[in-house]
Ligand binder design. Structure first.
Ligand code: ATP
Ligand code: MG
Length: 429
């Protein structure tokens, strides 16, 4: 026999035991975003490679070594999207929906692909929920994005486990000045830099700031600080954001070394981090990208957004035990029928119940079996109540209503009275 095939390393199945938690999480985010007036957009998973090179930047980790790129049959170079912002900007431009200053508040959900080393909290196919806002340039909208994520952490019961880190990268002109000062400082100390940082000094020097090498970090202690190079406009914006977070009572820490891995950010950058997941602690990250739309061929358009990693947030919910018990139960009722006449009547009764009680979660026993084995299946299904239909019940047009979770004794209920009885019983749980 040949060996059975397996999923690709770092690309996971999400099994039936897991999907209730995913749906709970995704539902909570969707409801929250509806409440703030954000609208969903759905983009393709595959785009031309050029899109990501132009938006994310040629000398970033993603573009240099993490993209799944392949030739289409006609020779075009295509890439499985590593993130959503580039596709979202492409879509907005293509359809002209953010032209003439038109405000768009958008969100998306779906898989992203990066060729990374798989480990806890880091996969090659992972899932994000992202939010992007176009044509609003004030700090109030940066604050709104942070406020709504803060509300989400509250709804999910994980507020105490996450911390907001905040920085401003300034306008691209300010950043260019800072970059020059940083390069000058580090070039004079080249022999003290690690190999990775030496390479980045020429290509992407700001990334050296978040180097994990202790010697490099020590060297950075006396390096020029971004905050000293912020232009007036960025400083006012950043102060405005901090004032709003203070007013809303949202705690944050300023992290001058927060630069983010993508080229397109300007002004605000932020990350929500947790210390509960080991090395992969960033659960949500984003920032402002006022230059990106123009860089992608559009008119100058303000942009700001974030993306959260669903796997990491699911892991966090599990780690903290914040998984609501009721989401695991997928069956309310389990119908057991004995003998073919009862089975036929049971099927019709079940359909009538579904008509009368939309949303009812009713499983009908498939296949025969003894009384005992059927009730065992009913119990295993997780249902709250079993409905028992045998020859006697059929003759009397009643059904045995059996609580499975210690909510009292079995009793016979007339078929006509069943919907009302059910509603009352389900209300009590
Ligand atoms: P990291 O520093 O962890 O590599 P990143 O800066 O590359 O993250 P972003 O591109 O900002 O991440 O993506 C936003 C979020 O998506 C991250 O904060 C994280 O929660 C999640 N994420 C990113 N890469 C992965 C991955 N390979 N596997 C699982 N989740 C991921
Ligand atoms: Mg990364």
């Amino acid at each position: 026999m040949s060996k059975s095939l397996q999923a690709i390393r770092g690309m996971n199945d999400i099994l039936p035991e897991q999907t209730p938690l995913w749906r709970y999480f995704e539902g909570a985010v969707a409801n929250l975003l509806d409440g703030y007036g954000y609208r969903q957009i759905r983009m393709p998973i595959v785009e031309v490679t050029e899109l990501f090179k132009r938006s994310i930047g040629e000398v970033t980790d993603i573009v240099e070594k993490e993209m799944y790129t392949f030739a289409d049959r006609n020779g075009d170079s295509l890439t499985l999207r590593p993130e959503g912002t580039a596709s979202c900007v492409r879509a907005v431009l293509e359809h002209g929906i953010a032209g003439g200053g038109q405000v768009q508040k958008l969100w998306y959900i779906g898989p992203m692909f990066r060729y990374e080393r798989p480990q806890k909290g880091r996969y090659r196919q992972f899932h994000q929920i992202g939010v992007e806002v176009f044509n609003l340039d004030g700090p109030d909208i940066d604050a709104e994005l942070i406020l709504l994520t803060w509300r989400l952490w509250g709804l999910l019961g994980i507020r105490d486990a996450v911390k907001l880190e905040l920085n401003s990268l300034g306008t691209s002109a300010a950043r260019a000045n800072y970059r020059a000062a940083l390069v000058q400082y580090l070039s004079a100390r080249l022999e003290l830099l690690d190999e990775d940082s030496k390479r980045r000094l020429a290509s992407n020097p700001l990334r050296i700031l978040d180097s994990k090498v202790p010697e490099t970090q020590a060297l950075l202690a006396d390096a020029p600080k971004m905050a000293d190079y912020l232009d007036e406009e960025s400083r006012i914006h950043f102060d405005g954001l901090k004032a709003r977070l203070d007013a809303a009572g949202i705690p944050y820490v300023l992290n001058p070394k927060l630069v983010r891995g993508l080229d397109y950010y300007s002004k605000t950058v932020f990350e929500w981090v947790t210390d509960q997941l080991g090395a992969q602690g960033t659960v949500c990250a984003g920032g402002r990208y006022d230059g990106l739309v123009e860089q992608m061929g559009g008119k100058p358009t303000a942009g700001v957004g974030f993306a959260m990693g669903i796997e990491r947030l699911i892991l966090l919910l599990e780690t903290l035990g914040q998984v609501p018990a009721e989401i695991a139960r997928q069956v309310d009722l389990y119908l057991c029928a004995f003998g073919e006449p009862a089975e036929l009547a049971g099927l019709a009764l079940a359909e009538r119940l579904r008509d009368q009680l939309p949303g009812l979660r009713l499983q009908v026993n498939a296949g025969a079996g003894s009384f005992k084995s059927q009730l065992k299946k009913a119990d295993k299904s997780g249902a709250l109540f079993a409905l028992v239909l045998g020859e006697d019940e059929l003759a009397q047009q009643v059904i045995g209503f059996k609580p499975l979770r210690g909510q009292g004794e079995q009793q016979n209920i007339a078929w006509d009275a069943l919907p009302e009885h059910l509603v009352a019983c389900l209300k009590q749980v």
